[in-house]
Write a protein that binds this ligand. Sequence first.
Ligand code: C2E
Ligand code: MG
Ligand code: MG
Length: 711
Amino acid sequence: MMNTAVQPMVLVIDDDDPTRMMATEFLTQAGFDVTDFDSGKAALDELEQRAPDVIVLDVEMPEMDGFTVCKRIRACAGYETTPILMLTGLNNSDSIDLAFEAGATDFATKPINWSLLCHRLRYMLRAWQAAQDLANNQRSLAAAQRIAQMGNWQLTVGSDEMVWSEQLYVILGLQAENVTTSLSTFLQTVCAKERPLVGDWMEDAQNQVMDVTSVDFCVVQNGGVERYVRQQVEQVLDSEGGIVSLNGVVQDFTEKREAERRIEQLAYYDNVTALPNRTLFQERLDDAIQRAERDNCCAAVLYVDIDDFKMVNDTLGHASGNLMLNEIARRITHCVEDATTCLARIGADEFTILLPGLEDSSHAIRTANLVIQKLAQPYALNGSEIFSSCSVGIAMFPEHGTCSESMLKNAGVAMSDAKRSGKNLYRMHDFSLDEEAQKRFRIESQMRVGLERDEFQVFFQPQIDLESGKLYSAEALIRWISPELGFVSPADFIHIAEDNGFIVPLGEWVLKTSCLQAVEWIQSGFPITQVAVNISVLQFIRADFTKTVQRILDETGLEPAHLELEITESLLASDTDLAVETLRKLKEIGVQLSIDDFGTGYSSLSQLKHFPIDRLKLDQSFVQGVTTSDEDAAITKAVIAMTNSMQVKLLAEGVETKDQLEFLKLCHCNEIQGYFISKPMPADVLTEEIGEIMSRLEGLFDGQGNLRLAA
Ligand code: C2E
Ligand code: MG
Ligand code: MG
């Protein structure tokens, strides 16, 4: 930028030597740095090397006249606005017009009054600098408006005409050349719904001093694109306080609004089903409770949990799981189409329904039954048909809770009760359930730390081969002695560990501990050389289960044939193809497989033919009835006969008396396990007591495995 305060550079172009000399003399004295050329061509050749602040140019020159030179200078980059003063010899208006047309800034006629000319040049420079500053300011204002997505306008009160900034055109989606900048054009861009309101607002702004000086509205650009803007207006008043004009600023906050909307979506809605989440549900529930208090009516919360959803997710993958959740959301929505209800997804497979303004619980019960019925219908997922069910818990306001937290908690407790009662049904909350829920909560929170703190232990219960009358294996049964909860039965914590997935690391720990124990027994020549380990369905259906088994065998060095995995019948009923495939892989590894608690599930013996298993474990509920119930005796005999024909061994669980043992031996049952021979005990206790157990067996069986009659 030029520095007028120091020494402005002036270029003098004139063919007349005396004029150039005079110019140099006067201008140098006046503080200019002077360079002179005797022809336009010479000057044009040098222009690129120079950066003059002002040019003095003679009109009448041979070869190329001053008008042409001026035009050429203007065409050079960087010389578009440089002040050019033309020296005309002729005092006629034609050449003055020509000078301006050629791009001159000003003119002076010869003969020249040099001292006057010096002042003139200074003024020209100052005016040029001011124009330059203004242009810079306008540019930076336009840039700032562009960055801030902000435009501005001025309106004189009473007139329709407005002045718009560049950015305002952009915001309104208009092109400067196609529009007249008027208030009516401006209002035309406001969306139809808000136009009257904004029109009135602008009218008021011109007529009365306003308190509220901003208004938000939506602008519809050509092509229908919507932009959300905030307009702020300043009223300019005259000395009497009358409004003379308005200055308005229009800011486009579409992106900010969109971001806010997305934040709200994330904060209040579930991203899989787009249903409200727990936070929003709780807010709606609080409102409903307040209204119910005021109107003296009831409200209900239904807590819907999908039965065994984890299995769907684990076997079919998360994508299918999400598809199923969306279908579930759709079905529940159809059950509760009343606009006052709120359906939310508050957990992985947990949905809640709010039914406000009820007279009693009958509508809640009807809805629960409808949801249960709709969710039990088959789901088409990735070409296969999946069956599912749900358990529903109901809590009523004010009976079961008076705030959103207690209502949700108690509906959840009732849902857990529905699960325990067999699933696929609903339960109304009942305060006696609270104790149960508290116990469950304590177990759940202590379980994980329990494994880290070594509170779990594996007990072993010997298994006897009835043909030889000898010990051959032991079932590994987990025990938990918690410092806070005391002894916790596996019946109380296994299903909780299955619900929250903790069974996976826990089961792996049992498997490893048991394999290590078997290796120790084998190496020390102990009479028991095999372990049977219970495997949860949740472990079994994991894609990496066979690998885990193989890894543990490798790590512990146990021969696969010395390990038996006990799985439950329910597994075979759920997904036959997957079960057969996994069982086949496990057989390839070389481990033994048994079906535990046989007779309590739904599988039939004929179904079992498809599974490569070595042993059935007849559930103790049948075994304990063999000597007292004809039915149990008949079932036991039939199962023994069929397993014998299928080349599958039968182990009878829970043998507690000698009569039971005799019955089983007589029917050719292969193996037994039960308190009559030994209770489950820690490995070290078993080592101490093994002699006693063996002598008891010797008292019962002779060397050939026959029962001693007199024993
Ligand atoms: P289960 O696999 O059927 O184990 C047999 C259960 O019967 C054991 O109960 C055992 O102590 C008990 N029992 C053995 N003999 C007799 C008898 O003569 N009379 C009576 N009344 N009961 C007898 P426990 O140890 O309480 O285990 C209960 C269930 O917990 C097991 O049933 C099994 O399903 C599960 N479980 C135990 N440990 C594990 C484990 O490490 N992993 C998994 N997934 N489940 C386990
Ligand atoms: Mg078992
Ligand atoms: Mg069992």
